[in-house]
Design a protein around this ligand. Structure first.
Ligand code: PBG
Length: 327
């Protein structure tokens, strides 16, 4: 049948679930998963987000409860996004010690303390009335260097409120360095920075803009977020951020950028995170609601793929559910 030599049979190791499990090359741990959470000022009840079924804008109370449940499920961390009641041109609520995200950080520091890693998204788009991630010039351009001063102030406000890690997501040049020196100067030399280093200008953020009420009022983010065709550019951004003091780096979105995750993970020696963003979540939930995909299976398959590509840390709206399932 086969000219005298034995057929090589990779299928031998796939015969039973136990064999497959023994030789599995990639594993997900609850501690690898970070849950993004939204907290909104001035609401009495959690508000569902239409384009993200199962995700809500929390009140301070519901946030505490959901955070405690997620930590109980074993997630590795939480990342907070605040939605203020009032927005203005400079995003004043972002670094107000009484701003919603600072209050929520303090609530969670009291509720879960060092039992998890408390992270905060550090950006202006949730706080500005124009919805851009930075301050604007008179001509409506995003002013890089003026924005850095705002980011530095936000970092110190979040650190003072008790966060463990700040996560700058605005893609301004020099943001990690500006934040690092502000933190060091304010006595927070031990506080880590997880930089959204390779953040692409992506259509996959669509549902997030409902969740955080931060759609740009004019234009788009293409002059500061990365252009989707780029790959070397992502490495350049990542290496710059590490030079400026990033302790961890992030690639975002995840599924359409697995090659970037792989390249970054093969190049750097700091922890690499990937963000499975709102649109990735919404696509699966919508297809599953129509009966077109097996929801639970697709969730595990996408997360495993992101892990296999090289991300040690994965931000996902399914973090608590999957952590519970993995235990
Ligand atoms: C900016 C920020 C965004 C997301 C995280 N941080 C929105 C954007 O850049 O437009 C998107 C996350 C998601 O889509 O789940 N503060």
């Amino acid at each position: 049948m086969n000219a005298g030599f034995p057929v090589v049979r990779p299928r031998r190791l796939r015969r039973t679930a136990a064999l497959r499990n023994l030789v599995a090359e990639t594993a997900l741990r609850p501690a690898d998963l970070v849950l993004p959470m939204f907290v909104k000022e001035g609401i009495a009840e959690p508000q569902p987000i239409g384009s993200m079924p199962g995700v809500v804008q929390h009140t301070r109370d519901s946030l505490r409860k959901a955070a405690a449940e997620a930590v109980d499920a074993g997630v590795g961390g939480l990342i907070l996004f605040g939605i203020p009641a009032a927005k203005d041109g400079r995003g004043s609520a972002a670094d107000d010690p009484a701003g919603i995200v600072q209050l929520a950080i303090a609530d969670l520091a009291a509720e879960v303390g060092d039992a998890t890693v408390l992270m905060a998204d550090l950006c202006l788009d949730e706080y500005t009335d124009h919805g851009h991630c930075g301050l604007l010039t008179a001509d409506g351009e995003v002013d890089n260097d003026a924005t850095l001063e705002r980011y530095a102030a936000i970092a110190v406000a979040q650190a003072s409120a008790g966060v463990h890690v700040v996560a700058p997501s605005g893609m301004m040049d020099g943001q990690v360095g500006a934040i690092r020196s502000a933190l060091d100067g304010a006595g927070f030399a031990d506080l880590a920075i997880c930089a959204y280093s390779a953040k692409y200008a992506s259509g996959f953020y669509g549902p997030f803009r409902d969740a955080a009420e931060c759609a740009p009022q004019f234009g788009d983010r293409a002059s500061y977020q990365q252009d989707p065709p780029g790959s070397d550019e992502a490495l350049r951004e990542v290496l710059l951020d590490i030079d400026e003091g990033a302790d961890m780096v992030m690639v975002k979105p995840a599924l359409a950028y697995l090659d970037i995750i792989g390249r970054v993970a093969a190049t750097v020696h700091v922890p690499v995170a990937a963000y499975q963003v709102s649109g990735e979540y919404a696509m699966v939930e919508a297809a599953a609601a129509n009966g077109w995909l097996d929801r639970d299976r697709i969730i595990m398959e996408t997360l495993t793929g992101i892990r296999r590509a090289g991300a040690g840390i994965i931000l996902t709206y399914w973090a608590a559910e999957v952590a519970r399932r993995l235990r």
